[in-house]
Design a protein around this ligand. Structure first.
Ligand code: NDP
Length: 435
């Protein structure tokens, strides 16, 4: 803590891992005395840079860009880019640290990293977004490479932004390589990549439900957020027989007791991805639904909760409300959406709780599959990628059981995911020596 003052999110993420890994190391002599955790919490490299750009009115702005290259023991750095005004080193180090364990869990050869900028895409024109992406990549490109560091999207970075950044990278390097994932289908993208994080989260939740002979069939579901992850979590939960009754954005949430069906979800996708509007406009289109300004959906009675917006969006009070209202399963599409106190509430109540680094790993897994296809110079079908995604999610779930099963049969997914993720990276670091 003395080493990283003013980095509360990073310390929170490290604490969650340390609480599990320190006792594990104490029980396993192989990992003792090698400073493994101490090495893992220090990024291999951090790049911080100036991003100057000019808006439509000719005004000059200066943002701060980052890339945290956390760990490359098992593969090149891999992890998303986030554009949001809240972006700082603490948030990116927490995300990069989690990414190392998550990528290890996927079974694919990917190290961990994360980056972004404190840029606010809200209210910017398409030209401004393009100019910012180009300015950002005009520095970041020198730190990337298909065998070095391969970013993807995250909050505020979707297919449009990836396209602009890819264009600038290609121009500067004079190379057409798999240096970003989440690319458009016309220039090397993978089918199912846009869906993968949301779908993967629901596949993971289904695996958890199956341990109790249960399913999504007939269940009510709360989804927070209405961005990439939330949209496809809603789609898959609905396809599996669930009824999504709430979705949100940073301004508030909508409650639709009839369920957000495929047609209503198409409206949300158009609203969010094309018109870039607010979720409250949903109630104008569907007047039977209600909108709650400035609130999060966690006090609504439902069976399953899928937090898919951002970190620390679900606190102790929210967790108590969910449990009190009979929620049986929480599966995190976002990274670290539940506070430590909320996690304690879920685990004490012995409800199914899937921690983000396991439950949302489907996204980066599909990015890994995009890299494989690029290397093959070939595209797999939708069915093939989806089938591979399911196998990976099943394997992650099995790893969590392997290391997280308690004596009473309760599965501690936090323990399971952290140990399984740690072992592979630690083994690689041991074999490579102190570098
Ligand atoms: P998007 O930008 O597509 O959507 C983010 C959604 O969350 C929006 O609805 C946004 O609302 C809401 N949101 C963002 N910040 C806040 C905030 N501070 N408070 C409340 N709501 C907020 O991002 P993604 O869907 O890609 O990412 C969502 C989460 O999933 C993040 O935690 C991300 O790290 C994680 N994730 C994403 C992966 C991916 O493949 N995209 C992979 C693995 C994890 P508004 O529109 O008002 O900003």
């Amino acid at each position: 803590e003395a080493r990283n003052p003013n980095e509360p999110e990073f310390l929170q993420a490290v604490r969650e891992v340390a609480e599990v890994i320190i006792p594990f190391i104490e029980e396993n002599p192989k990992y003792q005395g090698k400073m493994l955790l101490e090495r893992m919490v220090e990024p291999e490299r951090t790049v911080v840079f100036r991003v100057p750009w000019i808006d439509d009115k000719g005004k000059i702005h200066v943002n701060r860009g980052f890339r945290v290259e956390m760990n490359s023991a098992i593969g090149p750095y891999k992890g998303g880019l986030r554009f949001h005004p809240s972006v700082n080193l603490s948030i990116l180090k927490f995300l990069g640290f989690e990414q190392v364990f998550k990528n290890s869990l996927t079974t694919l050869p990917m190290g961990g990293g994360k980056g972004g900028a404190n840029f606010d895409p809200k209210g910017k024109s398409d030209t401004e977004i393009m100019k910012f992406c180009h300015a950002f990549m005009s520095e970041l490109f020198r730190h990337l490479g298909e065998n070095t560091d391969i970013p993807a999207g995250d909050i505020g970075v979707g297919s449009r932004e990836i396209g602009y950044m890819y264009g600038m990278y290609k121009k500067l390097r004079n190379e057409f390589t798999s240096v970003l994932t989440g690319k458009g289908m016309s220039y090397g993208g993978s089918l199912i990549r846009p869906e993968a994080t949301g779908y993967g989260n629901v596949y993971f939740a289904l695996n958890m439900l199956k341990t109790r002979d249960d399913s999504f069939e007939g269940k009510t579901v709360l989804v927070s957020g209405s961005g990439n992850v939330a949209q496809y979590a809603c789609e898959k939960a609905t396809q599996l027989g669930g009824k999504v009754i709430a979705m949100s954005d940073s301004s508030g949430f909508i409650l639709d007791e009839d369920g957000v069906d495929a047609e209503k979800l198409a409206f949300i996708m158009e609203l969010k991805n094309v018109k870039r509007g607010r979720i409250k406009e949903y109630v104008k289109e569907y007047p039977k639904a209600k909108y709650f300004e400035g609130m999060r959906p966690w006090n609504v009675k439902a069976d399953i909760a899928l937090p898919c917006a951002t970190q620390n969006e679900l606190d102790e009070t929210d967790a108590k409300n969910l449990v009190k209202n009979g929620c049986i399963c929480v599966s995190e599409g976002a990274n670290m959406p539940s506070t430590p106190e909320a996690i304690e509430v879920f685990q004490k109540a012995k409800i199914l709780y899937g921690v983000g680094k396991a439950s949302n790993a489907g996204g980066v897994a599909a990015s890994g599959l995009e890299m494989s296809q690029n290397a093959l110079r070939y595209n797999w079908t939708r069915e093939k990628v989806d089938a591979k995604l399911k196998v990976i999610v099943d394997d992650i779930h099995k790893s969590c059981i392997k290391y997280g099963m308690e004596k009473d049969g309760y599965i501690d997914y936090v323990k399971g995911a952290n140990i399984a993720g740690f072992v592979k990276v630690a083994d690689a670091m041991l074999e490579q020596g102190v570098v």
